[in-house]
Design a protein around this ligand. Structure first.
Ligand code: ATP
Ligand code: MG
Ligand code: MG
Ligand code: MG
Length: 436
């Protein structure tokens, strides 16, 4: 991508309406544009990152055996009356009336709809287990939308739903998602801690929120200090192995959200307990027959008996993750994207656009890098070097390749790693070899 023609409306000024750094940086980098309270347009740079995050989430869901489908954003109120949630959900649900006066809603989540799809087609225990997911926009009329995409009203969620014949099998489905989530967040470059979460009226122990520790997080959390330096995926089993030992080992290291944590009965001595704030980026939940019973989602068991399926749901805040990544990875100059989700792999900076030799070398590097499958942000604009450096730091591209007439006279270019600031001068071919 040549930045001279790329739609990337960066801001010089720090937007005053943004209270936290990720929101400020996303606005300054020209990644998003608020169109109404808590509703954002994703500009090209932001959309590139969103798609990268989405793709990692997708790959790990697929690897865990979940199957992707796509349900609509608009749902019928009737389905929600069947589960009893239509009235319970309250003002967070955006209710819509169509031209025939039918009550509709913009989906805040999809348990009812997926249960309806399931019961229409699945009739036998032989078709289980089944896990179906989609990545779709949700709407929740949050009372206080804030922090940019972190608490939006319209936001992108991955939500998966598992169906099993009995509680044992449902536990296995839950553990698969548990591991898939750890893998997903690790690939994105985030350290997410699975914390025991409130299961509400259903009870049981099978609910975890995946939390990124951050001062700006909206959740209060408690965990054993061991979590601070834990490599959670070390010695992790494969997704199709018996996951129980791994699950037991990881969940035995205490971590709980404040709704679940009881200071009077903390299993961790004060000295070993970390009290912190965190961002909820994922939430998994086993809720048994909460929906299958009222909605009559039953299958025939081995003896022909009618069995309500055991269900679970598994959410990831795909758009919220972008804010969480930036909260976890930035400095005074801007964003520092982890390689896996960076909008571009390489930022190629032409220090003197219009200089024939510099233009020629840049064009050649640009072509070679792109031909090798790398995504390149080529800054060919007629700007001062200082402005180019500042923008490239701001948008956080992991590698910067700096080409100028003075260096080229000595046959060298400069390669900079955004995360560490480390710079190295080296011949053009050597720089190329390092990036490929
Ligand atoms: P929160 O406690 O932050 O309101 P939630 O518990 O209501 O979130 P869930 O119903 O568990 O959210 O939805 C699954 C995931 O969707 C959450 O873990 C979170 O990452 C994401 N999410 C929920 N609400 C929002 C929002 N308003 N904006 C962005 N992402 C959200
Ligand atoms: Mg909520
Ligand atoms: Mg929550
Ligand atoms: Mg939640």
């Amino acid at each position: 991508m040549r930045l001279s023609s790329f739609f990337m409306p960066t801001l010089k000024e720090t937007p005053t309406e943004a209270q936290i750094v990720s929101h400020r940086l996303m606005l300054r980098a020209g990644m998003i544009r608020q169109t109404s309270a808590g509703i954002y347009a994703w500009l090209p740079l932001g959309y590139r990152v969103l798609r990268k995050i989405e793709q990692i989430v997708r790959e790990e869901q697929d690897a865990a055996g979940a199957q992707e489908l796509l349900m609509p954003t608009i749902q019928s109120a009737d389905l929600w009356r069947e589960s009893g949630r239509y009235d319970d959900y309250g003002k967070e649900m955006l209710r819509i009336t169509d031209r025939h006066d039918r009550e509709m809603l913009f989906g805040p989540t999809n348990e009812e709809m997926i249960t309806d799809i399931f019961r229409s087609f699945v009739k036998s225990y032989r078709q289980l287990p089944l896990n179906l997911y989609h990545i779709q926009w949700k709407f929740r009329d949050e009372i206080r939308p804030r922090f940019g995409v972190m608490r939006g009203r319209e936001f992108l969620m991955k939500d998966a739903y598992s169906f099993d014949i009995d509680a044992d099998s449902a536990r296995r489905s839950y553990q698969k998602m548990f591991l898939a989530y750890l893998r997903t967040f690790a690939r994105i470059g985030l350290k997410a801690i699975p914390m025991r979460a409130d299961t509400g009226p259903i009870g049981g122990d099978l609910s975890h929120e995946f939390i990124i520790l951050a001062e700006t997080g909206e959740s209060g959390v408690f965990c054993h200090k061991e979590w601070m330096n834990l490599d959670v995926l070390k010695d992790a089993p494969g997704i199709d192995d018996d996951l129980q030992p791994f699950f037991d080992r990881i969940t035995s290291i205490y971590a709980a959200t404040d709704e679940k944590h009881d200071p009077a009965n903390s299993p961790v001595p004060e000295a070993d307990l970390v009290s912190a704030r965190g961002i909820e980026v994922g939430h998994i939940f086993n809720f048994g027959t909460k929906y299958s019973k009222p909605m009559n989602a039953v299958v025939a068991g081995p003896n022909g008996e009618s069995i309500p399926v055991e269900m679970g749901s598994y959410g990831i805040g795909v758009s919220r993750l972008m804010g969480a990544i930036i909260e976890a990875s930035h400095d005074d100059n801007g964003i520092i994207w982890p390689d896996a989700v960076a909008p571009f792999n390489v930022g190629l900076i032409n220090l003197k656009s219009g200089d024939a030799e510099t233009d020629r070398v840049c064009a050649e590097l640009y072509a070679k890098l792109e031909a090798a499958g790398l995504e390149v942000a080529y800054d060919d604009r007629e700007e001062r070097p200082g402005a180019k450096f500042a923008d490239m730091d701001l948008i956080g591209v992991p590698w910067q390749l700096v080409v100028g007439p003075r260096g080229l006279k000595n046959g060298v270019v400069e390669l900079k790693r955004r995360a560490t600031g480390e710079k190295e001068e080296l011949p053009v071919e050597a720089a190329l070899a390092k990036l490929l």
